[in-house]
Write a protein that binds this ligand. Structure first.
Ligand SMILES: [Fe+2]
Length: 293
């Protein structure tokens, strides 16, 4: 875009950035002002981390069951948890066939049935990681196949969004080292300095149109020197799992798809991103919310 066009559009862009400041679905600022002068993402990360911490601490205090408390603490410090025997799918071979055929009509029936069984448990863990009370309307369910041919951007370590934001996967079959296991850099979700620095680098390259990935999630490989530090800095979680296991992860932390020659089939649950105001209200209503789960 020419400089003149950029100057003309700048006031509208500033308005859009300020308007979406509290909206956690709005990933990156679009104006020059919010990319280079105002520490826009820094402030959003600060507010989100503050509210999430308040929510999660209150959540852990309110939980009386010792096993669940331990699970919450693990998610709090590490950013993810693996739970075995979460939910086993019945006819796995048929299910894999339906996913391969993209038979949405049949898959939809299985999604509904699965939802009935796992919804409550799902909401519990996802709300904690998100730092916000969720309900069934704020979850998206889908069956996915990560095949060997889709060596795209998600293979690289990246952070999905500036705010704490969870995803869950239930595994249809066993996943070994050759099965494109989910990779996660443990505790990177709480490394706000690192996340903010990476946001800065990525946002600028997206603003200038020089991003190699042209994608709105911040990639560590956007800057090669950055990546070197990262892989030394954290312990890496590798998602070797048995069928029926679930992984819940805060995908503001750095994660990627592992290598391998076998496809990986999962039932994925993502959450709708709302706004930071909703996080404040969630803290107020938390006690009542937990009593439901
Ligand atoms: Fe991701």
């Amino acid at each position: 875009m020419s400089l003149t066009k950029k100057i003309i559009k700048e006031p509208i862009r500033i308005f859009a950035d300020l308007y979406y400041f509290f909206n956690t679905g709005f990933k990156k600022p679009v104006s020059f002002f919010c990319n280079f002068i105002l520490p826009y993402q820094y402030l959003r990360i600060k507010i989100d981390s503050f509210l999430t911490k308040l929510y999660q601490n209150r959540f852990m205090n309110l939980e009386k069951d010792l096993l669940k408390k331990k699970q919450l603490q693990k998610m709090y410090y590490e950013g993810l948890i693996k739970i075995e025997n979460f939910y086993n799918f019945e006819d796995k071979e048929l299910l894999i066939k339906l996913i391969d055929q993209r038979n949405q009509k049949e898959l939809e029936k299985i999604i509904e049935k699965t939802k009935e069984k796992v919804l409550k448990k799902m909401i519990y863990y996802l709300s904690f990681l998100r730092g916000e009370n969720l309900d069934s309307d704020s979850l998206y369910f889908s069956f996915l196949c990560h095949s060997t041919g889709d060596a795209l951007e998600n293979d690289k370590f990246h952070s999905d969004v500036f705010s704490h934001s969870p995803k869950a996967f239930i595994y249809v079959h066993n996943v070994d080292l050759d099965g494109r296991p989910f990779l996660y850099l443990i505790s990177s979700h709480k490394d706000y300095k690192a996340r903010n620095n990476l946001e800065k680098i990525t946002n600028k390259s997206i603003y200038y149109g020089t991003s190699k990935f042209g994608y709105k999630s911040s990639r560590i490989e956007e800057n090669i020197n950055y990546q070197k530090d990262y892989l030394k800095k954290y312990h890496k979680f590798t998602g070797i799992v048995k069928a029926g296991s679930a992984i819940f992860a805060d995908t503001s932390g750095f994660h990627a798809k592992g290598p391998g020659s076998k496809p990986r089939y999962t039932f994925q649950v993502a959450t709708k991103r709302k706004n930071l105001i909703n996080k404040i209200l969630s803290i107020i209503w938390l006690k009542k919310f937990i009593s439901l789960y």
